[in-house]
Design a binder for this molecule. Structure first.
Ligand code: PAF
Length: 264
């Protein structure tokens, strides 16, 4: 597995890859878990080569404390990527990616201003800007994003269409624990009690058909709601548990199906 910290090193490798071979990219901020592994496996199935980027992107954190506490697990991330037989890792320095001091940004004017965008001003500007940079640097045939961040996936897909980016944007299903909790790098920060609450959060929003019932239930369990809304046949939720922000979403059709299921 070749690890590049310089963008030029990656570009030199890319030049040597046969032009008729395909490349998949999985963009991450590290703290890798089985959710990332499932994106990597999908990329390996679809492509000749897979590149994983690791970059904790400062411009998408509207809260400096959140950025400072974001887990950094470089050693175990690299071990996991090696065990998955990833071909290339790209982990550039902030100064190289933002040599323009973030003077150039991508702004979306509609969908990025609701849900996570309302709660975290500037968040999607940071996400879209770094994703555009990494799409162009990677030159990938396909890029893979998890459905846990469904709003992010939709914004990236529409951005790629708007700017005629040739990379195909592909979504992969959310990976969940047996308990129903969606895997997230932020779960690493939950203690046992907070983890129990997080499991209740996932269960409540998936099993209460009526939004107001779900809100009442979350409030009863002292789970602080950031938002709980439905758009285009999908339910989106964000909560704070012990100050840690967790998000999740479900297609409304799946909420009907699991209404009476208890968490295991
Ligand atoms: O989903 C993430 O981990 C990040 O938002 C991404 C896409 C890697 C951009 O920094």
């Amino acid at each position: 597995m070749k690890i590049c910290q310089e963008i030029d090193d990656w570009k030199a490798i890319k030049e040597t890859l046969p032009k008729d071979k395909t490349l998949g990219v999985v963009m991450t901020m590290g703290a890798l878990h089985s959710g990332h592994a499932s994106l990597i496996k999908q990329s390996q199935k679809d492509n000749d080569y897979t590149l994983v980027s690791i970059f904790i992107n400062p411009t998408q954190f509207n809260d400096k404390k959140d950025f400072d506490h974001y887990p950094n697990t470089w050693e175990s991330d690299i071990q996991l990527l090696k065990s998955l037989n990833v071909d290339f890792v790209l982990s550039p320095h902030k100064e190289a990616l933002y040599h323009d001091n973030y003077h150039y940004q991508i702004n979306e004017k509609h969908f990025s201003h609701i849900l996570c965008g309302r709660a975290r001003p500037g968040h999607f500007d940071g996400v879209l800007t770094i994703v555009m940079k990494l799409l162009l640097i990677s030159g990938a045939t396909r890029a893979y994003f998890g459905e846990k961040d469904y709003q992010q996936y939709q914004l990236i897909k529409k951005m790629a269409e708007a700017f005629f980016v040739p990379t195909k944007i592909i979504s992969c299903p959310t990976v969940r624990e047996k308990t129903g909790l969606a895997l997230s790098s932020r779960n690493l920060r939950l203690n046992n009690q907070a983890k129990e609450k997080a499991i209740r959060f996932a269960h409540i929003i998936q099993t209460h058909h009526c939004l107001t019932d779900a809100i009442t239930q979350l409030e009863k369990e002292n789970i602080q709601i950031d938002y709980l809304e439905e758009h285009n046949q999908r339910r989106y939720a964000a909560v704070f548990i012990d100050g840690i922000r967790l998000i999740d979403n479900f297609p409304i059709s799946e909420i009907h199906m699991t209404q009476d299921k208890e968490p295991s």
